[in-house]
Write a protein that binds this ligand. Sequence first.
Ligand code: NAP
Length: 486
Amino acid sequence: MTIDLSDSDLFKTSSYVGGQWMRDSSRQLAVMNPATGEVIAEVATIGAAGMLAAITAAHDAMLAWREVPAKVRAQVLRRWFDLMMAHQEDLAIIMTTEQGKTLAESRGEVAYGAAFMEWFGEQAKRIDGDVIPAPSSDKRVVCIKQPVGVVAAITPWNFPNAMIARKAAPALAAGCSIVIKPASETPLSALAMAELAERAGVPAGVLNVVVGASSEIGPALTDSPLVRKLTFTGSTDVGRRLEQACAATLKRTSMELGGNAPFIVFDDADIDAAVQGALISKYRNSGQTCVCTNRILVQATIHDVFVDKLVAATAELKMGNGLDEGVQQGPLVNKKAVEDVDRLVRLSTEAGARVALGGAHSDLGPCYYQPTVLTGITSEMAVFRNEIFGPVAPVTSFADEAEAIALANDTEFGLASYFYTRDIGRVWRVSEALDYGMVGVNEGIISNEMAPFGGVKASGSGREGSKYGIDDYLEIKYILMGGLDR
Ligand code: NAP
């Protein structure tokens, strides 16, 4: 083991299926620390047959789990929450080592992920049905809610813990079982969570984590008639393909896909607060979150003063290995991510954008890219139209409110959006006009377990977290009872 943990049993290197750690694969997946380039683990992968075994185990376990009283399911989730918080530091170290984000962000993500266990455990006890007025006096009508069945979850590398927690917690609370396929870059966080789920008392087969090549195990998941729901977080392109693959078996789907978040600063805003909001929203996880600010739109009258302040604040960000205390910007997840970001910057500068800060690789290592601010961005530029997924802040100026809204909505995406103003009328007008699933007003960070997270348009469908989040894992059954007068 190359990671120094207090509890070394959290370091797992094989899939978890039917309550067993499967160690029989000859194929290994190398997990890399992007800060150092060092291989930190070789994880045994399983193919389509292993995935089918996981689905069968999940199906068999689900038949018993759905009969477990909600209160008991809640207690299991509460123990999982307690264990995640008790092992927050180890989980954070694993995450930073395989993904690159700073230790402070990893600690925050573990707490955020654990909060879903707590929240949905509580929600398990509130899966209420309805009694509906009957069409005649000899009849009664009731609705009950039941688990959808076996759930498949496919998750990305940028939030290796929370994207799993946000799906597993409502699934288990509802009485479903789950088969999780984590991203190949970050399987260790997922496997550590499975170890803690087992300790919390999640029965064998109710939660499974399968590590393997998506080209092999993906079709096994999407084609299986036993899997009744697919919940996916990842890129829009892969989401589209998975929707099509699920059509044959008519699975329910939830899609948490890419974003292209606008961050609008009106000239009545508190500029310093807006700069701080932009900084945290743009550079969190080195720009690799789906809700990261992707385009900064600034009213022309305050453009120069805002840019000067943003450049000054961005220049202060300390970049380095996320494990080192005080570091605020870690590496990107791999070299390809750096190349993709650099390509967008090059395309923009060739089209006339100006580099106000950064704009190049960092000499810290092949996975580092300098925090960057670009100005003179127009709506035709690639950096305006695409999800950047890196530490690049492109700034566009606008004349008035109508132009700001038009620019903000000029994208196929519709996940998160942000704006800064102190005018209460504008707060309502702009909130309602933005074609997005989420709006932050005078705030750069909006996610929490009690609020509904999700997007519209090419950013997907469904909501995670909140009182609505459990609905995606429940079916409504209507029961008509007749002959009651006799
Ligand atoms: P990705 O390439 O779409 O991969 C996401 C997951 O899908 C990974 O586990 C990947 O497995 C798997 N996958 C890829 N192709 C597959 C296929 N054909 N069949 C089955 N599974 C397949 O996305 P990413 O690069 O990991 O994540 C970044 C994207 O996620 C960004 O677009 C970001 O905006 C989005 N995201 C959205 C949210 C949200 O809540 N809306 C949250 C976080 C991230 P392998 O790793 O094995 O290829």
